[in-house]
Design a protein around this ligand. Sequence first.
Ligand SMILES: NC(=O)c1ccc[n+]([C@@H]2O[C@H](COP(=O)([O-])OP(=O)(O)OC[C@H]3O[C@@H](n4cnc5c(N)ncnc54)[C@H](O)[C@@H]3O)[C@@H](O)[C@H]2O)c1
Length: 315
Amino acid sequence: MTALNERKVAVVGCGFVGSASAFALMESGLFSEMVLIDVNKEKAEGEALDISHGLPFAKPMQIYAGDYKDAGDAAVVVVTAGAGQKPGETRLDLVKKNVSIFKSIIPEIAKYNTEGILLIVANPVDILTYAAAKLSGFPENRVFGSGTVLDTARFKYLLGEHLSVDSRSVHAFIIGEHGDSEIAAWSSANVSGIPIHDFCEMRGHFEHEKAMKEIAENVKNSAYGIIEKKGATYYGIAMSVRRICEAIIRDEKSILPISSIQHGENGIDDVALSMPAIVGRKGVEGLVPIRLSDKEKEQLKASADTLKKVLDDAL
Ligand SMILES: NC(=O)c1ccc[n+]([C@@H]2O[C@H](COP(=O)([O-])OP(=O)(O)OC[C@H]3O[C@@H](n4cnc5c(N)ncnc54)[C@H](O)[C@@H]3O)[C@@H](O)[C@H]2O)c1
């Protein structure tokens, strides 16, 4: 058993998402060592050099391209390796390719690293989180996905714009699948404790049904729109990865909608999806049972059923 280096992170997959995440992690100052791993070693080497050249403007750390052995003592292993969506493809279309990549990657990580946290980012993130938990044999609290952390950030951003208020004062979650069946949990949404509809009215917005529909659709379709325009999404997810790592390394016990395997909560069992959870140094320290309306509960169940079908076919 290799002792963990609490200040070390490994990023597996150095494409758009992996390299943007590595850059955000370098800037964060959370780690003093970062290893980049990719099947294309030259790409990992190039990214390590490029990102290192920002260090004189940040905090000292070692950044290098390496192998799975080098990830043996990483406190967090961020897995972004896998094909991304092409224009028009859904996240679930990526299942077969990326499950097969995970079957080669995850056992390699687990061979050298038995104590770290696996943070899954590649898509479909819920399916791959489940697969990673099974393939690694790690306790489930140490294997989770970025889930709807990004969708929730998009949700807060859009609500902040709509209401002309700092998005950090918006408390609202996207839950369920990171994908087409995700749910905007309106019934618990608020701005600094003021129920969302009341705050909307304070800001002169009264057509709640219309606005709710538009904002939730906009969140859900954000990635499609960006992929159509620039081929991939990576800055938003990079900041999400940074935020999750911060919660882990600083043992913040922050409430984040990460994806983890459910065990009967809301009638959902043996499938990974996002619900707000307490995230700290031990990983997922517990789910937070936010209030959901009956309709939201039904939608959540439907989201779980969609994922379960894909899981049954894929694994
Ligand atoms: N969870 C989220 O919110 C979120 C957001 C954006 C993208 N993504 C997902 O992240 C993944 C990566 O997207 P991207 O745009 O960076 O793709 P990309 O094609 O730019 O990068 C993928 C990288 O993985 C590497 N790779 C492939 N097979 C590998 C293997 N067996 N071992 C090691 N490395 C391997 C490739 O060489 C490449 O560098 C995709 O699945 C994408 O859908 C997730």
